[in-house]
Every structure is written in structure tokens, then in C-alpha cells.
Design a protein around this ligand. Structure first.
Ligand code: COA
Ligand code: ZN
Length: 312
């Protein structure tokens, strides 16, 4: 990837992956495809479409192959799939994904709960995946989950996170994500970890994945931005959460992030009005209200008629 301009944010939409994976209702395949096509139209350069994981672990995403087969691929958009193991990578290659997102937690306890194995076993599988994908037209991103804290173990030392990033880079991945899986990060911690990882990965290759579990999602984005990061995951409506982490709730909300970026003079290439329209349709798909705020309040420029003045 070429350099990212200083006044630009890259937003990767993850609602149909991180968002739908935790929903108890199964969103119909045709609805998923329609939503992803509409997200492509709204201007995303990157969409995490689904996961090639065990259908027993995440039944909500059991239709990943059908979804990839059904979506319209907008030229210039990278369609990503989460992959936990070599079997997932085979399925992702067969579905012709543009990018594989490998995920392992830095916390051993969370990785055992989420992936049924140690982080070392996950990364050993990634080594085999890198051999399989060599020469295939697919890029590879690798995520450090629970990078800002684990709901079972608590704090994760920064040097352990950096060591996992270095292992990923030594495998030859194209990009790295630091994920705050259950919203434990704070802005100063984010600034420190971004400062430690950015020299290794570069702004073109580093993505931050925040959850708004404790209300610090956009504060963490701002801290990461000020430390030089430019790529962020976000979910329409603020859907999202890890099914294997107690109390997990939504990702940072795409339209709230895009509204903040545009108000601050940062370009995203995204059509905010279209995103608000799509977000307002989410309760129909998932059967409940969603946490995003801008879809409820409107954009700051959407003004209201002044109240009639009382006669003097
Ligand atoms: N896709 C589909 N099926 C898979 C698979 C994959 N990537 N990996 C394993 N399976 C199947 C196996 O074929 C086997 O099927 P069978 O019972 O019909 O023989 C079954 O799952 C068990 O395989 P095993 O290798 O023992 O896996 P496991 O049960 O230990 O589960 C994972 C390991 C990683 C597959 C599972 O924990 C998982 O999918 N985790 C993802 C969790 C997630 O998405 N979290 C949120 C995002 S971070
Ligand atoms: Zn997440």
C-alpha cells in the first residue's frame, strides 16, 4: 500500500463479521449480501465480510462461503475474512477472499476460550498457512487480540504484545491489527503501544480495533491518531463483540467515527448519510436497538427549524 495522507483515516467496516458473530439471531444470507453490497457502494476500501471459523463455535457466520460467492466486488475494495486455523485458510482461499485476517490472543486464557488452543499453537498454524498462501493472490493481516487487556487475566505487558507483532512480521504478514477485544484500553495506554508498534509496522500496515465497552472507543481512536495511526476497524451501528469473552459489547460505531473524522477535517472517502441510512435499518436485521449515536441524533450539520418566537 502507498502512504496514507496525514488528513485521511482508513475505516475498515466489520459489522457483518464482528457485529453479526455475537447476535443470537441468524441474519439471512441474502440480507448479509445486500448489506455488504450497500457498504461497498458507501465507499469502503476495506470490508471484513465474515469468518471461516467452526460453524459450531460461531453459528451466525456459518454461511461465509455463500456470502463471499454472492457479494458484488467493487473494484478497489479489499474483502477480508477472519481465519483461525489452516482449515479456515483453505476455505477462505476457495472463496477467493482478497485478504485473510489471522487472529490469536496475546492472553493464553482468552486464546484457549476463543480458539481452543494456546497462542503458540495458533501461531504454529499461521506458519503453515503462510506456506499455503505463498503465491496466491491474497494478502495476510494478523491480529493481536486482547492486546490492551484480557477479561480473564487483566493487563497484558506491552513487551509481550510487541513480541507477538514481531513474530507475525517474521512470518511475512502484510499488516498487523492491535485489538482491544473487550474495551479495556485507555488513551494513554493506546498512545504508548502505538508508539512502540508503529516503527515496526508503519502507518500503512497498522490497524487499531477498539470496542466501546467502557465508553472510551473514540477517545482511544484520537489517542492512536495523535500517535500516528491511520487505520481503524469499526462496525455500523456499534454492533459487535467476542462471543467467548464475558460482557463483550460493541465495536466503535462506524458512523460515529466517520462523523467525528469529517468534523475534524479528516477525509474517509465515505458517504455518511448513506451509512446513517444503513445503520437505521439494523434493528430490523438483528431485532434490537443498536448503540450508535449519530444515527439517532443526525449529523451536526442536520439543523432543526428554530422554535417560533413569542411575540414581544
Ligand atoms: N472452519 C470450519 N470447520 C472447522 C474449522 C474451520 N476453520 N476448523 C475446524 N473445523 C471443524 C473440524 O473439521 C471439526 O469438525 P467435525 O467435528 O465435523 O470433525 C471440528 O470443527 C473440530 O475441529 P478442531 O480442529 O478440533 O477444532 P476445535 O473444536 O478445537 O475448534 C477452532 C478450534 C479454532 C476451529 C474454533 O475454536 C473456532 O472456530 N474459533 C473461532 C472463534 C471466533 O470466531 N471468535 C470470534 C472472533 S475472534
Ligand atoms: Zn472485536
Amino acid at each position: 500500500m502507498t502512504g496514507i495522507a496525514d488528513d485521511t483515516l482508513i475505516v475498515q467496516e466489520v459489522a457483518t463479521r464482528d457485529g453479526f458473530q455475537i447476535e443470537p439471531v441468524f441474519v439471512e444470507t441474502a440480507e448479509k449480501i445486500r448489506l455488504i453490497d450497500a457498504l461497498s457502494e458507501a465507499g469502503f476500501s476495506r470490508i471484513e465480510v465474515s469468518s471461516f471459523v467452526s460453524p459450531k463455535a460461531v453459528p451466525a457466520l456459518r454461511d461465509a462461503a455463500e456470502v463471499f460467492a454472492g457479494i458484488r466486488r467493487r473494484p478497489g475494495t479489499v474483502y477480508v475474512a477472519l481465519v483461525p486455523n489452516p482449515k479456515g485458510a483453505e476455505r477462505a482461499l476457495a472463496a477467493k477472499v482478497d485478504e485473510i485476517n489471522l487472529v490469536a490472543s496475546v492472553s493464553e486464557t482468552h486464546n484457549r476460550a476463543n480458539m481452543g488452543m494456546t497462542p503458540d499453537a495458533s501461531i504454529e498454524g499461521f506458519t503453515r498457512i503462510m506456506e499455503t498462501v505463498r503465491g496466491a493472490p491474497v494478502s495476510v493481516n494478523a491480529t493481536v487480540a486482547t492486546a490492551f487487556g484480557c477479561p480473564f487475566e487483566g493487563d497484558q505487558p506491552a513487551d509481550k504484545v510487541v513480541a507477538q507483532v514481531e513474530r507475525y512480521l517474521s512470518l511475512g504478514v502484510d499488516g498487523v491489527t492491535l485489538a482491544d477485544t473487550t474495551g479495556m484500553a485507555n488513551p494513554r495506554q493506546v498512545a504508548r503501544l502505538v508508539a512502540a508498534v508503529l516503527p515496526l509496522v508503519g502507518a500503512e500496515g497498522l490497524t487499531l480495533h477498539f470496542h466501546n465497552t467502557r465508553g472510551l472507543g473514540l477517545a482511544n481512536v484520537l489517542a492512536a491518531c495523535e500517535a500516528g495511526a491511520r487505520r481503524f476497524d469499526a462496525a455500523l451501528g456499534g454492533l459487535g463483540g467476542c462471543p467467548f469473552a464475558p460482557g463483550a459489547t460493541g465495536n466503535i460505531c462506524t458512523e460515529d467515527l466517520v462523523s467525528m473524522a469529517h468534523e475534524m477535517g479528516l477525509a474517509t472517502g465515505l458517504d455518511l448519510e448513506a451509512l446513517i441510512g444503513l445503520s437505521r435499518d439494523l434493528p430490523r436485521l438483528v431485532g434490537h436497538d443498536v448503540p450508535g449515536q449519530v444515527a439517532k441524533a443526525g449529523r451536526p450539520c442536520d439543523l432543526h427549524p428554530a422554535p417560533a418566537l413569542k411575540a414581544a
